[in-house]
Design a binder for this molecule. Structure first.
Ligand code: PPE
Length: 312
């Protein structure tokens, strides 16, 4: 098939059935295409000694159905239990182990105007192999990022705890600006002028051994990796604080790192060309990354019940 920048898989789950990858098509005038009315998840499956396992499946499906509810597009036929089962089935059907899982609920073809109600609510799940989000070196050596000139929206402009496709037009502006200026990614400020989150990941800092992350103030996504990393940091004995983070704290922190399903735990080694700490991946970020990667690969005990095994 055409040259795409990733590896396709064979089957996509669509409204309860599997269709071949290239048959999962939308009409041009679907509401989701015109107006961004889709909600989605990003989930990872990891290879473990007991076969593939999904990291935090329930939390991701809860966020998916919450996202859909906020946009008044909860599917009638499928609830959380059906989506959880369908994710497992789609990974199995495609014979993948380490992979990325993209469930989507969207408004299809039916209405031509802003009122979406005549457009059917369709549900999809696609899976594909996806390696390190910001490149293979990123996890080890850290990345160079900027503070974006684009701000995150006001809480009452878009409901950011809904992970909706349309919200990502702003994230794409941030990402493109960063790439054009020679950075790997960007951190955005919220409307208060304080640090919010990255284009597609949450942000953490370390200062004097304390792990710090901005409050969930209605300007950033309620990251599922964020909450896991808070838990894992506490398990490792770090104290973790959610607080207001002014921009300059990024420059003076001992460490900065990103968390996200795609980004996992990625150290940041400079912000706006100012080296963070020693200008390399920091020890706390690397310790958390190691603990995270061991946990998702089923090499640690799983007291928090994060893993759902695909073949059980
Ligand atoms: N903030 C944003 C804006 C975001 O998109 C993500 C995930 C996060 C924070 C981290 O959330 P969580 O995955 O629950 O820890 N972004 C997804 C999509 C990235 C993409 O480029 O596609 C992801 O990481 O899967």
């Amino acid at each position: 098939m055409g040259a795409v920048g990733f590896q396709e898989s064979d089957w996509i789950w669509k409204n309860g059935e599997f269709v071949p990858w290239h048959d999962a098509q939308l009409h041009l005038l679907s509401t989701a295409v015109q107006f961004g009315t889709s909600v989605f998840e990003g989930i990872r499956a990891y290879d473990t000694p007991k076969g593939p396992a999904i990291f935090r499946l329930k939390a991701h499906i809860r966020r998916l159905t919450d996202s859909a509810k906020i946009y008044r597009m909860l599917p009638e036929k499928f609830g959380a239990a059906e989506f959880e089962a369908a994710v497992l089935a789609t990974v199995r059907k495609n014979g993948l182990s380490d992979c990325y899982v993209r469930p989507m609920i969207l408004r299809g073809y039916g209405s031509i105007s802003l009122s979406p109600y005549q457009s059917p609510v369709d549900s999809y799940i696609a899976v594909w192999p996806w390696g390190a989000y910001l490149g293979d070196e990123a996890l080890k050596n850290g990345v160079d990022v900027c503070v974006s000139s684009w701000w995150r929206a006001y809480p009452n402009t878009i409901p950011v705890s809904s992970k909706a496709g349309g919200h990502y037009v702003s994230a794409q502006l941030m990402k493109m600006e960063a790439l054009e200026n020679g950075y790997v990614d960007a951190i955005a400020l919220g409307p208060s002028g304080l640090v919010s989150e990255g284009s597609g990941m949450n942000v953490f800092l370390v200062r004097d051994g304390v792990v710090i992350t901005p409050f969930l103030d209605g300007t950033s996504l309620h990251g599922i990796t964020r909450s896991a990393v808070i838990q894992l940091a506490e398990d490792l004995g770090y104290s973790v604080k959610e607080q207001h983070v002014p921009r300059e704290s990024l420059y003076t922190a001992d460490e900065v790192f990103f968390t996200g399903t795609a980004a996992e735990v990625t150290p940041v080694r400079s912000v706006d060309r100012i080296p963070v700490g020693t200008g390399t991946a920091g020890p706390v970020a690397l310790a958390l990354q190691k603990h995270f990667l061991e946990t998702v690969h089923g090499e640690n005990d799983d007291p928090n019940g994060y893993l759902t095994y695909v073949n059980e």
